[in-house]
Design a protein around this ligand. Structure first.
Ligand code: ATP
Length: 199
């Protein structure tokens, strides 16, 4: 699996539709201070479901939407798509190319898509869990993050190893399973009460 392309529109400093193509090998993004280099890695984390806007150097969710300049009006929405070459089948879907999109409107409405079909953020998390580029992965190391990892509590650091070891997908499924068991137990309890009333 490889990130081959990225499209941004209305995300942070990228007011207009901007397409970045990542060829094989290493891509370096260079530019003056404040020109938007880090905004690109923020966009990758955002699509992957980063919920903590402070991790994206903002205060509130809508801070990722282009806020306007003296010459340009603010945008009403931010949208980012990541294109992955999945010809090696790393992602568990029957597509050789996988496009993941996140869109956020100023109203606070949020949309997620996998290959242009609406989905939940959870679906994106599950699709990328244990692939190395998921939500908590080390694929994107932001400025200051190295210090934070070194100073983090052992329990927090454990999450990093769990992602690397490939078990976070199963932890997610376990939580889902436990939730369903609890729901079923509540239903059984209700049925028992109803049967007791009928007897
Ligand atoms: P450095 O080399 O200093 O780390 P950089 O190239 O990584 O800089 P970024 O931090 O990615 O730059 O970009 C910062 C720029 O993005 C600032 O000019 C800031 O005004 C702009 N910016 C951030 N959020 C928004 C937004 N919502 N709307 C418009 N511009 C924004």
């Amino acid at each position: 699996m490889r990130l081959v392309k990225m499209e941004l529109r209305g995300f942070k400093s990228f007011a207009d539709k901007t397409t970045l193509v990542f060829d094989k090998g290493i891509t370096a993004i260079v530019g003056p201070n404040g020109s938007g280099k880090s905004n690109i890695s923020d966009a990758v984390r955002w699509v992957m479901g980063e919920q903590n806007v402070r991790q994206l150097r903002g205060q509130k969710a809508e801070d990722v939407i282009f806020a306007g300049t003296e010459r340009r009006r603010p945008q009403g929405a931010a949208e980012v798509s990541l294109y992955f070459d999945n010809s090696d089948g790393t992602l568990d879907v029957d597509f050789a190319e996988v496009v993941v999109t996140r869109r956020l409107f100023r109203s606070g409405d949020s949309e997620y898509y996998i290959n242009k079909r609406p989905c939940r953020m959870k679906d994106i998390h599950m699709l990328f869990a244990d692939t190395g580029i998921g939500q908590d992965s080390m694929a994107v190391i932001g400025q200051n993050r190295v210090d934070r990892i070194l100073n983090s509590k052992p329990e927090d650091r454990r999450i990093i190893f769990e992602e690397a070891a490939g078990i976070s997908r199963y932890k997610g499924r376990k939580q889902e399973g436990l939730r369903k068991i609890a729901e079923t137990e509540r239903n059984v309890e209700r049925i028992r009460d109803m049967m007791a009333m009928l007897e």
